[in-house]
Write a protein that binds this ligand. Structure first.
Ligand code: V47
Length: 369
C-alpha cells in the first residue's frame, strides 16, 4: 500500500494526518493549523478517511419542500437579504390556511419532510405556530416537520411566557419533529455583536439545542462563514458544537453556509472562493468527528460546488426542495429557482463517484438509487 504520509513535509501537519488516520480526535490548535497550513489535496484525503469511516461511499438526500411563513422580522441581521420590518411595503406573511394549501399542493408527491423557517414575526407566539403544526399533522401525519430556528423558537416561546423546556414540549405535542440548524451564525460574542447584535446569544442558541436534544427533538447546526470571521472563530464555533454533541448526541448534520453578498448590509465584503469552501467542508468533516453528517446545501452552495464538496467530506445534499425557498436566491445564490428532480440529484452524486441514498429526515434509509 502506498503510504500517503511520506508526501507530507511539514512535521506538524504530518502528525495531525497520522492522528486522523487512526481516528484520534484533533485539538483546536491542530484544527487551526489545518486551516493555516494544510493543502487542499491533503484535506481531501483526510476528510475522505473520516467520511468513509462514518458514511462509507454513500451520499444522502431527501425529498422535501420548504415553507417560509413570513419575511417580517423583529431583527435586523446585517448579512440577511430576506427580512423586512412589519409595516414595510415589501413585507408579507402567509396565513395558516395558505401554508396548509402549500402542504396540500404536495399531496400527490412522495415528499417526506417539510422544512419551515422564516423571519421572527412580532406577533406570533408558539400557539399560533403550534396550530399550524397541528393542522399539517392532521392532514398528513407521516410528513416529518422540521421547523423553526432556535432564534424563532426563543422568541415565540418567551412571547408565550414559557420556559424553553415547556415551550419545546408544547411544540412537540403540536407536531414538531426536529429543528433545523439556522441562527447559529458564528458563536464568537464580539463578532455576533457586529453582525447580528439583537438576536439570541450563542449561549441561548446552544441551550435551546441542548434542551431540544434532552426532550427527544433532534436538530442540525449551521455555521455562517466567509464574512468578518477568521479561522480562530470557525474553530471556536465548531469546538462549542463538538462539546455539546459529546454531551447529547442530538445533532444529525452540520451545515456550513457561505456568506452570500447580494441585497444586504455586508455586500462590501464580497464572497470567499470555492477553494475556501472546499477547505472548510474538509476541516469541518475532520474536526466534527462526532457529527454523523456534513450537509452541502446546494441551493446556497450551487449544484457544482455541492457536487465537488462530496469529495471533501460532505455526505448529504439536503433535498429536492421544489423551488420553495427564496432565502438564498435573494442573497445572490446562482440557484435562482432551487429545484432538483430526484434523478438529477442521483446523477450528480453518481458522477462524483458515490452511491445515492434517499433518506428520511432522521437518516433512515428509504431507498438506494
Ligand atoms: O441562519 C442568511 C443563513 C440560515 C445569508 O437544518 C445566509 O437542514 C449566507 O439554517 N448568506 C437559515 N447565509 C438557513 C438554515 C438551513 C438551511 C438549509 C438546511 C438547514 C437544515 C438549515 O441562512 C441563517 C443564516 O445563517 N443566511 N442570510 C446570506 N446572505
Amino acid at each position: 500500500m502506498i503510504d500517503f504520509l511520506k508526501y507530507i513535509n511539514d512535521p506538524d501537519i504530518k502528525k495531525i494526518a497520522e492522528n486522523v488516520a487512526v481516528n484520534q480526535r484533533i485539538t483546536p490548535e491542530e484544527g487551526l493549523m489545518l486551516y493555516k497550513k494544510a493543502d487542499l489535496p491533503l484535506l481531501g484525503v483526510l476528510s475522505r478517511i473520516v467520511r468513509h469511516r462514518l458514511n462509507d461511499n454513500y451520499v444522502y438526500f431527501n425529498r422535501n419542500f420548504h415553507i417560509e411563513p413570513t419575511n417580517k422580522c423583529v431583527f435586523n441581521c446585517r448579512f440577511c437579504s430576506y427580512h423586512k420590518p412589519a409595516g414595510d411595503p415589501e413585507s408579507w406573511e402567509y396565513s395558516i390556511d395558505q401554508m396548509l394549501d402549500i402542504v396540500k399542493s404536495f399531496d400527490n408527491k412522495d415528499v417526506t419532510e417539510v422544512h419551515i423557517v422564516g423571519g421572527v414575526h412580532p406577533e406570533h407566539d408558539l400557539h399560533y405556530y403550534g396550530a399550524l403544526l397541528k393542522k399539517i399533522k392532521q392532514h398528513r401525519p407521516s410528513l416529518h416537520i422540521k421547523a423553526f430556528s432556535a432564534i424563532e423558537l426563543d422568541y415565540m416561546i418567551t412571547s408565550a411566557g414559557c420556559t424553553i423546556e415547556e415551550g419545546l414540549k408544547i411544540l412537540k405535542d403540536y407536531g414538531l419533529d426536529s429543528i433545523p440548524g439556522g441562527g447559529a451564525e458564528i458563536f464568537d460574542e464580539e463578532l455576533r455583536k457586529r453582525i447580528c447584535d439583537e438576536k439570541s446569544t450563542s449561549e441561548q442558541w446552544l441551550a435551546i439545542h441542548e434542551t431540544a436534544h434532552r426532550s427527544g427533538i433532534p436538530s442540525n447546526a449551521t455555521m455562517l462563514y466567509g464574512h468578518i470571521e477568521n479561522y480562530n472563530h470557525r474553530i471556536d464555533h465548531m469546538e462549542r458544537l463538538r462539546k455539546l454533541q459529546d454531551k447529547t448526541h442530538g445533532f444529525n448534520a452540520f451545515i456550513p453556509l457561505k456568506y452570500k453578498k447580494l441585497n444586504n448590509n455586508m455586500s462590501y465584503l464580497g464572497e470567499v472562493n470555492i477553494l475556501e469552501d472546499l477547505r472548510n467542508y474538509s476541516i469541518s468533516r475532520i474536526y466534527l468527528d462526532n457529527f454523523p453528517h456534513i450537509k452541502a446545501y446546494w441551493p446556497m452552495a450551487g449544484k457544482e460546488t455541492a457536487q465537488l464538496s462530496l469529495s471533501f467530506g460532505a455526505d448529504d445534499m439536503d433535498g429536492t426542495i421544489d423551488d420553495t425557498t427564496k432565502i438564498y436566491s435573494m442573497a445572490g445564490s446562482e440557484e435562482e429557482n432551487p429545484v432538483m428532480k430526484t434523478e438529477d440529484i442521483c446523477k450528480l452524486i453518481r458522477e462524483a463517484g458515490f452511491i445515492p441514498i434517499e433518506r428520511d429526515t432522521l437518516y433512515n434509509v428509504i431507498k438506494e438509487w
